[in-house]
Design a protein around this ligand. Structure first.
Ligand SMILES: NC(=O)C1=CN([C@@H]2O[C@H](COP(=O)(O)OP(=O)(O)OC[C@H]3O[C@@H](n4cnc5c(N)ncnc54)[C@H](OP(=O)(O)O)[C@@H]3O)[C@@H](O)[C@H]2O)C=CC1
Ligand SMILES: CC(C)=CCC[C@@H](C)[C@H]1CC=C2C3=C(CC[C@@]21C)[C@@]1(C)CC[C@H](O)C(C)(C)[C@@H]1CC3
Length: 418
């Protein structure tokens, strides 16, 4: 068994108690949202419309569908990739290899689903199964994290995540002990981060759109917008798959319950909340309103993509002509920090773009209910917390240079506000 690592990282998420509370609160919130979206009043706050019995949650068929979905995505992950990318350098100076074939997996899944629909696969029946599917996905995330935790107990110390080896089993189970759990070249965290959950999310959205078409003759404009915007977001994530290798989730966080549940259950079943809401609560939306919402999404996407691409290009090759003229601050590590362009506007311009898009995803649902704005509220909280964690990590990495960056770029996410 690997001994706990040298100097212990400070505990995050409120320590073991916070982790235990989140393990209950997150699944409970997800089920509350699923139930509220299909209820008449669709209330975000207040008690759930009813408490589902085990017979509404547990279905061997739903478990089979979830496992088959994971199996399909795993098979697509193992197909030959157009590129194999190197990850960031690890503590033991190694670099892991990652297949870049996520977009190919999305296209092949779309082809398979298209063929299925032509062969009369009842995709419109999926919305009726969301509750048992979400329950099975949660079960899989729980059992998967338990197996990963046990695997990590025999992993060498150099394989452990900086934050997930406190010695407290609840905390470590939640955050994840091992940084990059793998069997041969199959990387569980990288696989789960982008494929089953994100592609599952757009599949659920599509099923909701098809069900709406069945119920009302054709999908509403609001449903088209939500489907289109979120497909663009998922397509973009898979097209720029390599960029995920520099996110905090891959570099810093272990693979435990937080990410397993987040990737496999939370993302597909709560990120599709707007489309779920629209199926049960149709909203009128005219062309002028739709055009304004499209503009908001386009502005958000422009900032999000511009900022992420600028940083990724700069990190890959600082002398790339697209970034070579930007002003930088040198750091003691030899790396530089951008202090002009997107990264001179606020310290997290990519979060700002992401939040503007989140607003555009909710607006098609009208303003009569708070429920479809859950994503925007949750996402603001997630990004504010994530920004604080990243700030802490950058301060450790870059010390004085980070202080200088904060002095030159005082706002974190929103210019002149925060
Ligand atoms: N939809 C969703 O649920 C979620 C989406 N996201 C999105 O994922 C994307 C990635 O987010 P995340 O991984 O949190 O963070 P970032 O992509 O913002 O990465 C932060 C890292 O960027 C580097 N960096 C920071 N400032 C500078 C600078 N001025 N110049 C150069 N490098 C800098 C630092 O790493 P280093 O110096 O080591 O390179 C820092 O640790 C974002 O667009 C976010 O909105 C995130 C979470 C959830
Ligand atoms: C509340 C809860 C269960 C927390 C877990 C958080 C996860 C849901 C998110 C942590 C970071 C994520 C990222 C994406 C999805 C959500 C999670 C997993 C992401 C894949 C979405 C698409 C983006 O383009 C992205 C690739 C930049 C992004 C990476 C981070």
């Amino acid at each position: 068994m690997a001994p706990p690592q040298g100097p212990r990282a400070p505990l995050e998420f409120g320590g073991p108690l916070g982790a235990a509370a989140l393990m209950l609160l997150l699944p409970a919130t997800m089920f509350h949202l699923l139930l509220a979206a299909r209820s008449g009043p669709a209330r975000l706050l207040g008690p759930p419309p009813y408490l589902p019995g085990l017979e509404m949650l547990w279905s061997p068929w739903a478990l089979f569908l979830c496992l088959a979905w994971l199996g399909l995505q795993a098979a697509l992950y193992l197909l030959p990739a157009r590129k194999v990318a190197e990850g960031q350098e690890l503590k033991d100076k190694r670099r892991l290899l990652y297949p870049i074939n996520g977009f190919q997996a999305l296209v092949l899944t779309a082809l398979l689903v298209g063929l299925g629909v032509l062969a009369r696969l009842p995709l419109g029946a999926l919305p009726e199964m969301l509750l048992p599917l979400a329950f099975s996905a949660t079960l899989i995330a729980f059992v998967g994290s338990l197996l990963l935790y046990l695997k990590a107990l025999v992993a060498p110390a150099s394989a452990l995540a900086p934050g997930g080896n406190s010695g407290n089993p609840v905390y470590d189970f939640f955050l994840g002990r091992e940084l990059n759990p793998r069997i041969c070249s199959f990387d569980f965290k990288y696989f789960c981060e982008l494929r089953p959950g994100l592609i599952g999310w757009v599949l659920i959205n599509l099923a909701l759109l098809m069900q709406e078409a069945e119920l009302r003759g054709s999908p509403s404009l609001a449903m088209w917008l939500v489907n289109g915007f979120q497909l663009l977001y998922v397509g973009d994530a898979l097209w720029h798959e390599e960029a995920v290798l520099t996110t905090m989730d891959i570099i810093h966080d272990g693979f435990g319950f937080m990410l397993a549940f987040g990737d496999l259950a939370w993302v597909p079943f709560t990120y599709s909340l707007q489309a779920q809401f629209l199926l049960y609560h149709p909203q009128p939306l005219g062309l002028p309103g739709a055009s304004v919402i499209c503009l908001i999404n386009a502005v958000g996407y422009y900032i999000f993509r511009g900022a992420n691409s600028q940083k990724n290009t700069f990190r890959k090759n600082p002398s790339d002509p697209r970034v070579a003229d930007l002003e930088t601050i040198p750091t003691a590590t030899g790396r530089q920090l951008l202090v002009s362009g997107w990264w001179g506007m606020v310290r997290h311009p990519n979060y700002l773009g992401d939040l503007i898009m989140a607003l555009a995803w909710s607006l098609p649902c009208g303003v009569s209910h708070l429920l479809p704005y859950f994503y925007l509220l949750y996402f603001t909280a997630l990004l504010v917390h994530r920004e604080a964690r990243d700030e802490q990590q950058c301060l450790q990495k870059y010390g004085l240079a980070w202080h200088e960056y904060c002095r030159r770029v005082p706002y974190r996410i929103m210019p002149y506000v925060y």
